[in-house]
Design a protein around this ligand. Structure first.
Ligand code: ASP
Ligand code: MG
Length: 417
């Protein structure tokens, strides 16, 4: 008996039938003797539809008003879920972020949670109710509505679970768990049973969009295990947990693709202390998220600083960089046709030859690598977007990720009997 926080993503609450199914699932957990909190996303593609509505009005989407608009998606779901629960005989109450003091900073469209006041949730749980919390949204100290970035309901899930010191944190989605690669692109991808926070963190920021990376950061920090599982069946999904020694035996746990990347290259940047700081200070103050950074020196003693950004940030980057280059006397080049393919595994810390295997697979198919970045547990290559899916499949095969793990002889024998 303890607190279970269950999060249902957009597809898992897409219509009345799915909402009832989610409600039944929560009631089943309640009947096992747990106190249940549900975190829900906007129904189906609601968030995209709301964005489309805004685009029908203006090209220049004002961030504060976008938050005001997008937060309505989750508000619709919480009330419907509460009604579904009541209809099934289960007392329930829904809360928006403002009603449970889910305080964030004021960075609209990608706000970060600062604190949650869980008193009202506890109070309602004590009364035997299931509490439904709106995912994705927050409020600033001044009461402005914020959102946590696309896919941000996962962040709400983990934050609520951590704040409540929940016993279990379950992420219900439309897939069976975390796969070795996106099964829509790599048909022989395999479900992973357990994955470490660090691997999931790398995969999430490298394009595997099942879990928001901020959600995983939060989970790691507060050591909240997340069970990623399907709302369509009762199969075990993937447990995201703290790293164990046995995890290092596997060299690569997953491969990922991030296919909407752009590169900004600044040429003729003065090669002197403070230049890079200047560039990235400007970028950071405009809340543009920078991915990989490379600096090289040319013969004339000037530097080239190149970095990648998400396509969605490219227009902002162009505006900011234009002004900066006027001041620094540098020239900017923008490329918008790039993608990044990565392999991730904590086993890379103890195994060698991983990079070679990846590069050889790409070379064999004539795929040109434009940039390489590594960390202790990942290798990423920047390539042309039109070759990205092929590259992901090749890399996945190069590490035999699609193969079923071999059954141990004792198990095989046991089966024969
Ligand atoms: N509804 C938001 C989105 O579609 C948040 C979420 O689903 O997690 O991005
Ligand atoms: Mg959604």
């Amino acid at each position: 008996m303890g607190i279970v926080v269950m999060k249902f993503g957009g597809t898992s609450v897409a219509d009345a039938e799915r909402i009832r199914a989610a409600a039944r699932r929560a009631i089943a957990t309640r009947k096992q003797g747990h106190q249940v909190v549900m975190v829900v996303s906007a129904m189906g593609h609601t968030t995209d539809e709301l964005i489309a509505l805004a685009k029908g009005i203006t090209d220049n989407l004002p961030k504060r008003e976008m938050d005001q608009l997008l937060a309505t998606g989750e508000q619709v779901t919480i009330s419907l879920v509460a009604m579904a629960l009541e209809e099934l005989g289960q007392p329930a109450i829904s809360f928006t972020a403002g009603q449970i003091g889910m305080i964030t900073d004021d960075v609209h469209t990608k706000a970060r949670i600062k604190s949650i006041d869980v008193r009202r949730i506890h109070e309602q749980l004590e009364k035997g109710r299931i509490v439904i919390v709106a995912g994705f949204q927050g409020v600033t100290e001044d009461g402005a509505v914020t959102t946590l970035g696309r896919g941000g309901s996962n962040v709400t899930l983990v934050a609520v679970a951590a704040a409540l010191k929940a016993d279990m944190c379950e992420n219900y989605t439309d897939v069976d768990g975390i796969f070795t690669a996106d099964p829509r692109i790599v048909p022989n991808a395999r479900k992973v049973d357990r994955m470490s926070y660090d691997e999931m963190l790398e995969l999430a920021s490298l394009g595997a969009n099942v879990l928001h990376n901020r959600a995983v950061e939060f989970a790691k920090k507060y050591n909240v295990p997340i069970h990623v599982r399907s709302s369509l069946n009762t199969n075990k999904g993937t447990m995201i947990v703290a790293e164990t020694e046995t995890m290092e035996r596997i060299v690569v746990s997953g491969a990922a693709l991030k296919d909407k990347l752009a590169r900004v290259s600044l040429r003729n940047v003065p090669d002197k202390p403070g230049a890079a700081a200047r560039v990235f200070h400007t970028i950071a103050t405009h809340n543009i998220v920078v991915d990989d950074i490379i600096q090289t020196l040319d013969e004339s003693g000037k530097a080239t600083i190149a970095f990648t950004v998400e396509m969605g940030d490219l227009d902002d980057a162009k505006r900011v960089i234009g002004r900066l280059c006027d001041e620094l006397g540098c020239q900017a080049v923008f490329e918008d046709h790039l993608a990044k393919v990565s392999v991730v595994g904590v086993g890379m810390r103890v195994h060698t030859g991983v990079a070679e295997r990846m590069f050889a697979a790409l070379a064999k198919a004539g795929i040109n690598i434009q940039n390489i970045t590594t960390s202790e547990i990942k290798i990423s290559v920047l390539i042309n977007r039109d070759q990205a899916k092929e590259a992901l499949r090749l890399v996945h095969d190069a590490f035999d990720l699609g193969q079923k793990p071999k059954k141990s002889p004792s198990k095989a024998r046991a089966k024969k009997k």
